[in-house]
Design a protein around this ligand. Structure first.
Ligand code: NAP
Length: 254
């Protein structure tokens, strides 16, 4: 007789999702498929089965989950992928599936830091107007359009792939993928004579060197807050905690 298998969809695109996929594919009683949005041209692929691309909203995801006999969902998307998290929560609720959200902790301000917290990218664009002439944007490529109307400042825009939206007229584009070292970040801030840094509160160590560099260079940071997770969401901070949650599900399926 075969032991029962719990089929799990991991909504991925993060280091935590890859870490979880690697550990969970090695477990008995779990069958994993990871999903990537398909935003990055050359994504770092997780271990095990992978699908790529949107599902087509809540209805499309609900159909996909049903059609693929999924028993549980782990939302390990980027902390700013608020739409995907909300869709996953809604689809899982309709089907009565357990869902877990993995969110790494946000970054913490040091006493030497000068952070200006804002709720979204539009508020960040309003805030940088008073922060000098040379602004470093490290918010990914999808929302840099919010700065396109700022014609009197110069922007250094860093992203993995080139942005496809409108950009501020006076800018330099720097294509790069973390991790970054603090010394290199300090050099970049110094050489480009940066007056202020704009970032999302992504958390994690892959891209946190820019915050240490801003502190060293005494540069203000405009910190965009995360969108909220759905009400009542079960949240853990790490792949290890998510694996424990999956083990409990697999044990209860025996
Ligand atoms: P989103 O706005 O929450 O999602 C938009 C749509 O993309 C979803 O409705 C879904 O399409 C599709 N999607 C997202 N994640 C998916 C996944 N894992 N598998 C399949 N489809 C997925 O998320 P986002 O567009 O990915 O990004 C939102 C923000 O987070 C952006 O500002 C971006 O810069 C940031 N982000 C950063 C990183 C990073 O590594 N730094 C990675 C990802 C996102 P359907 O409705 O068609 O299902």
């Amino acid at each position: 007789m075969h032991s029962p298998v719990v089929r799990v969809l991991i909504l991925g695109g993060t280091r935590e999702a890859r870490d979880l996929a690697e550990r969970a594919t090695a477990e008995h009683g779990l069958e994993i498929v990871s999903s990537l949005a398909g935003r990055v041209r050359e994504p770092v692929l997780p271990a095990g089965a992978v699908r790529v691309g949107g599902f087509g909203g809540v209805d499309g995801l609900r159909e996909w989950l049903g059609g693929n006999d999924i028993d549980a969902v782990v939302d390990a998307t980027h902390p700013f992928a608020g739409t995907m998290s909300a869709h996953a929560s809604a689809a899982a609720s309709v089907l009565g599936l357990p869902i877990l959200h993995v969110r790494r902790p946000g970054w913490r301000e040091d006493s030497d830091d000068r952070w200006l917290r804002v709720p979204d990218t539009a508020a960040a664009a309003d805030t940088v107007v008073g922060l000098g002439n040379r602004i470093f944007l490290t918010i990914g490529r999808q929302e840099v359009g919010a700065f396109a109307a700022l014609t009197t400042q110069w922007f250094l825009i860093r992203s993995i792939d080139p942005p496809t939206t409108a950009l501020p007229p006076d800018h330099e584009l720097l294509l790069a993928r973390g991790p970054f070292a603090v010394d290199d970040e300090v050099r970049l801030l110094t050489e480009r004579r940066i007056d202020a840094l704009v970032t999302k509160d992504s958390g994690g160590e892959l891209t946190s060197a820019k915050l240490a560099a801003a502190r060293a260079c005494r540069i203000p940071v405009v910190m965009i807050d995360r969108p909220p997770l759905p009400a009542g969401a079960i949240i853990v901070e790490s792949a290890a905690a998510a694996l424990n949650w999956l083990r409990v599900l697999a044990d209860s399926a025996l």
